[in-house]
Design a protein around this ligand. Structure first.
Ligand SMILES: NC(=O)c1ccc[n+]([C@@H]2O[C@H](COP(=O)([O-])OP(=O)(O)OC[C@H]3O[C@@H](n4cnc5c(N)ncnc54)[C@H](OP(=O)(O)O)[C@@H]3O)[C@@H](O)[C@H]2O)c1
Length: 332
């Protein structure tokens, strides 16, 4: 039985657990946490739990919902979940929401269902809008540089969807910094400022610190971090075996190779530090990302309501010099 009685909390901004940060030098502020739909909102997941998580997120100030054409599984089903819940619960709140989608990875059969061609970027957005029951997205991302499509072709497709009113802003994800520079130059020449760069960033994967952070800051572009707790590795869940419902337990994208004894030794030490700070490790890992200046938002991917509530309460983002040194020592 669908509960259609949702009214968003009247305190959603006053008492919000998140705060808002400007995305680069744009006019848009994004919540410190965004809700990501990659794995836990698909056709195989409970629609009622997805609904509960979306409501809880929005009631606590999360205004940004991060999707892509192929999130699920199966592909497309996370956008369908979003569309169903949006239609039933969130239509009155559209102007309070930042909804994103992306194209670039595998989506449908044949040579046009993958990559960053104009054909893919334009037709995929049409399909995404239908699945999400939206007229436009707030941010349309090129999900990745595919290594073969001329970057000018992908960027012109982004420019065109903005001109057509199907996207308000554009973003880029998974681009090497030299290609990112070319892409940004093209977009700026067309007067479509890229709002945000989306990159993998967590305590264990820090590649973006080398060049991307400096680049986005210089160019006035926001940064949003994905896989903030390394898909669950940066929690205490694997310290005493593999829970059957976890990503490693289900063989979903993570395997035992991601939780070697060396990795778990680091995780155990980080977990001790988190306890001393009065945080769960997931909270400390999220707070640590937010303590880095270029970061606008962290995209969380909670499977359960309990995980969402834990992440929402991430708490203190200040790290003393001593704590920073300890973390660097552990991560060496
Ligand atoms: N642009 C890109 O290429 C790209 C790539 C990947 C993701 N993303 C975006 O980023 C979002 C997040 O990525 P992600 O799913 O890899 O994020 P993540 O937060 O690092 O991992 C999510 C997993 O961590 C565990 N978890 C989450 N919160 C927890 C908590 N508070 N306590 C304990 N465990 C917790 C759950 O694992 P269990 O299921 O094992 O419990 C959950 O399935 C995606 O939904 C998507 O929107 C973008």
């Amino acid at each position: 039985m669908i509960d259609n009685s949702y009214k968003a909390s009247v305190d959603r901004y006053d008492e919000s657990l998140v705060s808002y940060r400007r995305s680069g030098n744009s006019g848009i502020k994004l919540p410190t946490l965004s809700l990501g739909f990659w794995w836990n909102f698909g056709g195989n997941d409970s629609i009622e739990e997805s609904r509960a998580k979306m409501r809880c997120a929005f009631d606590n100030g999360i205004t940004c919902f991060d999707l892509a054409n192929n999130y699920g599984p199966p592909f497309g089903s996370a956008e369908e979940t979003f569309g169903r819940i949006y239609t039933q619960d969130f239509k009155p709140y559209r102007h309070e929401m930042i909804v994103t989608t992306k194209a670039g990875y595998n989506m449908w059969d044949g040579p046009y269902g993958v990559g960053s061609s104009r054909k893919m970027m334009i037709t995929s957005l049409e399909e995404s809008l239908k699945r999400m029951t939206l007229d436009y997205v707030d941010i349309y991302y090129s999900h990745r540089y595919d290594g073969e499509t001329p970057v000018e072709e992908t960027m012109q497709a982004l420019v065109d969807v903005v001109r057509q009113g199907k996207a308000l802003y554009v973003g880029l994800s998974n681009y090497p910094v030299d290609v990112l520079a070319k892409a940004v130059e093209y977009l700026e020449a067309e007067k479509v400022h890229p709002l945000i760069y989306q990159g993998k960033y967590n305590m264990m994967v820090r590649d973006v610190e080398k060049e991307h952070f400096d680049f986005v800051q210089k160019r006035g572009i926001g940064f949003t971090a994905f896989s903030p707790i390394a898909q669950g590795v940066l929690t205490d869940k694997y310290l005493n075996g593999v829970p059957s419902d976890s990503r490693v337990g289900c063989g979903k994208y993570l395997t035992n190779a991601n939780i070697t004894p060396e990795i778990l030794e680091k995780v155990a030490k980080l977990n001790d530090l988190a306890k001393q700070r009065g945080q769960s490790l997931a909270q400390m890992a999220t707070a640590w990302i937010l303590s880095h200046e270029p970061v606008t938002s962290v995209i969380i991917g909670p499977r359960t309501m309990a995980q969402l509530e834990d992440s929402l309460n991430y708490g203190n983002t200040y790290f003393s010099d001593q704590e920073i040194t300890m973390i660097e020592e552990i991560l060496k």
